[in-house]
Design a binder for this molecule. Structure first.
Ligand SMILES: C[S@@+](CC[C@H](N)C(=O)[O-])C[C@H]1O[C@@H](n2cnc3c(N)ncnc32)[C@H](O)[C@@H]1O
Length: 293
């Protein structure tokens, strides 16, 4: 159980963004985002499986797909708690778990940076949910606080943006039309998806948060951008560095969306497969660490 605590002041903007515009965009492009991460998720569970009958916590669980997977992996004798700072994600996650008939799960709203979990978990997992904390060391320490001594952390995060060409090149195309404004009204997603790209940064955060046996494994995988060009462009302009540039530019950014989409179509035409789908390469860290107690 968590003691209910407020969102950290420094996380308020990112938490608001994830509960509003980013929630809506993640939801409408969910098939692409979640589907594209399926393969790498399986790799994490193969390399670092949760223990049978274990107690798991899923940080930044979104719609809770991975929470449900954890619940199935640990079996009916185990349990999985999905946590996310966004009440809207958690509301959907709860409903979907009930609809799926998965009983050994629960969900709660919590900012990982301020949460105080009891140390009852064998396994803490996160898929792309730990890059958005304003203060990553206290947040990773709070997650360690949820683990029993010897409990394991296993998570996935993006490597540097330049290592996933579909992110970097999308941003470059958008930059032909827009630059980052000095001032903007849009809420940003905090440090952002690539904040753990530097392995020394990620290792240093985990060391400072008190973990040991820290391992970072690079993994490259086919990132399914869309079943056709329309789906790929929609998802690239929904979330990610190119999408963020449009958002930060407000109405002016929106006024250029059509031209940007056309330029992206030209750019990615060479990537299109005979079946019409667009597939890029993604680059992530699979990170494991242990709570020494
Ligand atoms: C990129 S999404 C990943 C969602 C999910 N893990 C998945 O793979 O489908 C990032 C998630 O982290 C959550 N998040 C952002 N800041 C958070 C915080 N401070 N504490 C807990 N969750 C946070 C967001 O609400 C969002 O659901």
């Amino acid at each position: 159980m968590t003691q209910e605590r407020a969102v950290a002041a420094a996380n308020e903007e990112a938490v608001r963004a994830w509960d509003t515009v980013l929630y809506e965009r993640w939801k409408s492009n969910r098939k692409v985002f979640v589907g594209a991460l399926g393969e790498v998720t399986e790799v994490v569970f193969e390399l670092f499986p949760p223990p049978e009958c274990g107690c798991c916590i899923d940080i930044g669980c979104g719609f809770g797909e991975t929470t449900q997977q954890l619940a199935v992996l640990v079996g009916p004798g185990g349990f999985a708690l999905g946590t996310d700072s966004s009440p809207r994600f958690i509301e959907d996650a709860r409903r979907e778990a009930v609809e799926a008939g998965v009983e050994n799960v629960a969900f709660e709203t919590a900012d990982a940076q301020t949460a105080e979990w009891d140390p009852i978990y064998d396994y803490a997992f996160s898929r792309m949910g730990t890059q958005f904390f304003a203060a990553p060391v206290p947040a990773m320490r709070a997650i360690r606080g949820a683990l029993k001594p010897g409990g394991r952390l296993a998570k996935v995060c993006w490597r540097r943006k330049a290592e996933s060409p579909f992110w970097a090149e999308t941003e470059q195309v958008v930059e032909r039309f827009l630059s980052r404004p000095d001032e903007y009204e849009a809420d940003t997603c905090g440090p952002g998806p690539f904040s753990l790209g530097n392995p020394e940064t990620t290792r240093g955060i985990l060391q400072a948060a008190g973990y040991d046996q820290i391992e970072l494994h690079p993994r490259d995988f086919d990132y399914f951008m869309g079943a056709d060009m329309d789906e790929a462009i929609d998802s690239l302009l929904a979330i990610g560095p190119g999408a963020e540039l449009i958002r930060l530019n407000g109405e002016y950014g929106e006024s250029r969306r059509g031209e940007i989409a056309a330029a992206l179509r030209d750019h990615y035409a060479a990537w299109q497969k005979p079946d019409g789908s667009i597939v890029g390469r993604g680059a992530v860290w699979i990170v494991a660490a242990t709570n020494p107690g």
